[in-house]
Write a protein that binds this ligand. Structure first.
Ligand code: SF4
Length: 330
């Protein structure tokens, strides 16, 4: 495909990034290697009948039928809690045209790679053969693995391509490209909100896109009804677990179907930047979520309240709609 966008990064850094990510279990797909797939712990557990991830509990997603992928290993933020290697993931300073793989190539290669990655489970006594047969026909793409998917210039077409394979999609974005959010129609659109105000945003994300994120919150509101909308708040103790009223005011702009309030997890490269104490307990997350829900309910005239939680993943779900109804939708 012809280049449609320009990113700033250096070739040397790109290669460094790729090697680092491969060591961490990311599998690149497509000729240009800007897309990746990675199986998660919950896929293994789900194949063995040992449990499902919180997205199963909240939204009915079955982990063994889910492809976790990204069409862009690049990101335009440098969040302190990010588990990816920011140091090697730098876009660099030299301008370079990126030639992107086509959406159909990425989808086809992602499905093929997922099948290859799960093939080893077939020989295990612990694997349920029924689950394995289902896993060979993935039903869901979580476009949220690493990097910022809206930097891929054909995200709209990528989502459509997954849907044409009979799959549902989650897109998780940092909200820095509101124009892209206007045009995409995933099954569920997530926006990560890392701060209640601009000053804290700059401390958490080391970027300068606050006005664009606020614009994306407006876009989310307009997308309601067309796609299911979620705002995710990743809580970092000592950094952004303040001003629940500020979060509620921002959430009121988006009026999302769901709000996930989730603990930062002390994993990957984030351990180089944050101490273990930055990972809040589940009860602390729940207390903070409850404060946000109370402010939101009084500010928005909607009946926002805590509707579910997953202690093992330290995440609490706030909604103004019936959870049972939402589960039927995906
Ligand atoms: S926006 Fe997401 S991928 Fe980018 S730095 Fe932040 S946490 Fe990492």
């Amino acid at each position: 495909m012809e280049p449609r966008a320009t990113l700033n990064y250096s070739e040397e850094k790109e290669n460094e990034t790729r090697k680092t990510l491969e060591r961490q279990g990311y599998h690149f797909v497509g000729a240009k290697k800007h897309s990746a797939v990675k199986t998660c712990l919950w896929l293994r557990k789900s194949l063995r009948g040992e449990g499902n991830c919180y997205k199963g509990k909240f939204y009915g997603i079955r982990a063994h039928r889910c492809i976790q992928m990204t069409p862009s290993i690049f990101c335009n933020q440098r969040c302190v809690h990010c588990w990816r290697p920011l140091e090697a993931f730098n876009m660099g300073t030299e301008e370079k045209h990126v030639v992107w793989d086509s959406p159909d190539e990425i989808v086809e290669e992602s499905i093929k790679e997922q099948k290859r990655l799960i093939s080893g489970f077939k020989g295990s006594d612990k694997t349920s053969m029924d689950a394995f047969a289902e896993a060979e026909v993935p039903k869901h793409a979580a476009i949220s693995l690493i990097g910022e998917p809206t930097l891929y210039p054909y995200l709209k077409e990528l989502v459509q391509e997954f849907h044409s394979h009979g799959m549902t999609t989650f897109v998780v974005t940092n909200g820095t490209n509101p124009d892209v959010l206007r045009e995409i129609r995933p099954s569920q659109l997530y926006l990560s909100l890392n701060a209640p105000d601009e000053a804290i945003y700059k401390k958490v994300s080391h970027a300068n896109h606050w006005s664009r994120i606020k614009e994306s919150l407006e876009v989310l509101k307009r997308q309601k009804g067309r796609t299911r909308t979620v705002v995710r708040i990743t809580c970092v103790e000592g950094l952004n677990m303040v001003n629940p009223e500020g979060y509620a005011e921002l959430l009121e702009i988006a009026n999302p179907d769901f709000v996930e309030v989730k603990a930062y997890m002390h994993i990957g490269y984030s351990r180089k930047r944050l101490s273990r104490d930055a990972m809040p307990t589940h009860s602390r997350v729940k207390e903070f979520a409850s404060e946000i829900a109370d402010f939101l309910a009084s500010a928005s005239n909607y009946d926002y309240k805590i509707v579910d939680e997953s202690e093992i993943s330290r995440v609490v779900l706030i909604s103004s709609t019936s959870l049972e109804m939402s589960r039927r939708k995906i």
